[in-house]
Design a binder for this molecule. Sequence first.
Ligand code: F1P
Length: 346
Amino acid sequence: IADSMRGRVNADTGLLLLGGLRDYLDKLAASKRIVIVGCGTSWHAGLVAEYIFEELARIPVEVEYASEFRYRNPIISEGDIVIAISQSGETADTLAAIELAKSKGATIFGVCNVVGSSIARATHAGAYTHAGPEIGVASTKAFTAQVTVLTLMALAAAQRKGVIADSLFRQLLVELESIPAKVEKVLQAAEKIKEIAYIFTYARNFIYLGRGLNFPVALEGALKLKEISYIHAEGYPAAEMKHGPIALIDEDMPVVVIATKDSSYEKVVSNIQEVKARKGRVIAITTEGDTQLPGMVDFTIEIPKVHEVLMPLVSVVPLQLLAYDVAVMRGRNVDQPRNLAKSVTV
Ligand code: F1P
């Protein structure tokens, strides 16, 4: 996160530098529609961006798997902005989606990690995430760096459109600068997370729940567990649970709920009650100082208070750690999970 912000954010001066996007920010701000494409973790970063762009910049956003988008006949017109997200910059599905959108006249922006990669070269403009090389196959720091850059893009668009109050703009920049320290704080819970992972090492399934910006985080937490521990895991919007997944809940089902103190908190608490009433075992990600949830759930992992818009940058970290610990305890090779490739080029 720190690397992806370095030199771009300065709350004192309101500085927002977005590399090659700098000449395109007016176009971004004026756009009537943004379509975001990506795969896997990058698609989840796109879902987070949907919430942030719509909330701050009031631009309608659609997010689609590049692997679907490329094989249909999507409606894309010249005024559209397509943002392609990719850690490796080599994902074949994302590259094909870019070519399709380009052929229909869209302007393509890239959010890539690898400088000079195929996707970066195929776009009209872009901002690199500068997250450094991902050592393992599963994206982790790429996710937080992508969300950081996308947040900066949304802030820049909102400011240019004049739809964000100066005070909120400044507040978010100040908070962004504090995120690396908050993530460090989450890492202090590593021992506790390890103890929880130990208890659930041999669970056969997991459910992850979140609302709002924490819904894509739930998806990402479930994906990390699938990718590196090979445990079946599903992420759902917490409010969707009653529409089906609730049938899965019993005493053998660990349910990870992102229950931070934000505008969805009360509703998430009632979702937790629904899970507990069916004897599900709840691991809640809570905001520091929450006194209600520790008495209601089986385990809590505290994270620092963060502005709701920036929450995914912090709330994803305990989920990444949990997946890592479970995978290590199951004897998995977390850096080279079976069947996965760092760049999916076919
Ligand atoms: C997309 C992705 C990763 C995942 C795995 C396979 O890659 O789905 O999110 O962790 O490595 O590929 P990318 O387009 O972001 O490089």
